[in-house]
Design a protein around this ligand. Structure first.
Ligand SMILES: Nc1ncnc2c1ncn2[C@@H]1O[C@H](COP(=O)(O)OP(=O)(O)O)[C@@H](O)[C@H]1O
Ligand SMILES: [Mg+2]
Length: 363
């Protein structure tokens, strides 16, 4: 082993960056992060920190120039800045998956091009586009901004024609309208690697509340052929689209078919359970990828339930901690807004039914 350990730069210092930094440090790496918030999560773990806005190109260059390899957990870095950084510095996973994921229309077009089905969707920038989309899709349907949406922000479920009014404030920015799918359930596949060496985590079952991930269950009651097909098609997609590093795909499942919903080129909330439940977590595997260490398909060591802790859930943490085999991760955020992700807790060797029983005790 070389005496000088590698230094990894992470653009963005939220909880995803913090948990990646924890894995990198277990492998002996140094971590430098850039984030506009001087009290962000990663400051509790990283070796050095640059406090600067994401559009401060000088600061981004300072970060990249001090690191052997650079990654990002913040998704909305300007395309032109990314291009420049990618030409000059070692952003190992490149920028293609990030740039494509910044636009819902592009990511859905790409999914279809590379063999993954989506629900029907139309571009929507004007009221005329909106009327045409509603006429074609019927109600309900869903309006989404093409850029910068997360946790249900920038979305309107159009249930009645009156709901058009809720979309009007968005018209003028680029958007899409898509079919509302009454799915059987949602699931995600997280992959690490590139080309012929891409490994996938087990398919996870995701339950959302108010557009935000609430609970993940792994493993779960999915037919084996379906899980295998989802993994295989996702890996093929990542490889054929030329995406590298880490990629999570969120799917809707209905009647034995799976539909690509969106993708994220960074560690994903639905993979938090992997820290305790797999032999290598999504963070461990991605850290190994970044540090040019070998990595392999992870194995399930325990079944697990992951529950996100939003501001509204903080009052329940003491109750959750009474459960055996519970692992709490707090993100050290000061401002506990009701729908803000403040932490998560993973319960090992627990079934979803058992967890729902425990939740009943809170009522
Ligand atoms: N077309 C749709 N049909 C049914 N439910 C949807 C649809 N689009 C989004 N949702 C629900 O809203 C959640 C958040 O939407 P998503 O497209 O993943 O955006 P983001 O996570 O970026 O806010 C989804 O996980 C799903 O529960
Ligand atoms: Mg989503």
């Amino acid at each position: 082993m070389k005496l000088n350990s590698k230094t990894v730069g992470i653009i963005g210092g939220g909880q995803l960056g913090m948990m990646l930094a924890e894995s990198l440090k277990k492998l002996g790496a140094k971590v430098i992060s850039l984030d506009p918030n001087s009290e962000c999560s990663i400051t509790h773990v990283c070796d050095s920190f640059i406090c600067a806005p994401y559009d401060d190109l000088d600061a981004l260059e300072r970060l990249c120039a001090s690191c052997d390899v650079v990654t990002y957990e913040f998704e909305n870095i300007k395309g032109s800045d990314l291009k420049l950084l990618n030409e000059k510095y070692n952003i190992k996973q490149g920028i293609k998956s990030l740039v494509d994921s910044q636009d819902r229309l592009v990511e859905k077009d790409n999914a279809n091009k590379h063999g993954l089905k989506t629900v029907k969707y139309f571009k929507c920038n004007t009221e005329e586009d909106l009327d045409n989309a509603i006429a074609s899709l019927g109600l309900p349907c869903v309006y989404k901004t093409r850029r910068e949406g997360y946790d249900g922000h920038g979305q309107v479920v159009i249930k009645t024609i009156e709901d058009k009014e809720k979309v009007k404030p968005y018209l003028g920015v680029d958007g899409i309208v898509e079919e509302y799918l009454k799915f059987d359930y949602e699931a995600s596949v997280i992959m690490i690697g590139e080309g012929d060496k891409i490994v996938a985590l087990p398919v996870g079952h995701n339950i959302h509340k108010n557009g935000i991930l609430d609970i993940c269950e792994v493993p779960f009651n999915i037919p084996n052929e379906m899980a295998e097909a989802m993994k295989e098609k996702s890996i093929e997609f990542m490889k054929n689209a030329g995406y590298k590093g880490i990629l999570c795909i969120e799917y809707f499942i209905k009647d034995n078919a799976f539909y690509f919903n969106e993708m994220a080129p960074r560690p994903h909330n639905s993979g938090h359970y992997s820290i305790e439940a797999l032999n290598y977590s999504q963070y461990d595997l991605f850290a190994r990828y970044l540090l040019d260490l070998d990595y392999e398909e992870p194995k399930i060591m325990h079944k697990a339930i992951m529950k996100n802790i939003l501001g509204v859930d903080l009052k329940n943490v003491d109750y959750y901690l009474k459960c055996p085999n519970s692992y709490l991760h707090m993100y050290y955020k000061k401002d506990a807004k009701p729908q803000r992700k403040m932490g998560h807790i993973t319960f090992l060797d627990m079934t979803l039914d058992e967890f729902l029983q425990i939740e009943k005790g809170l009522e």
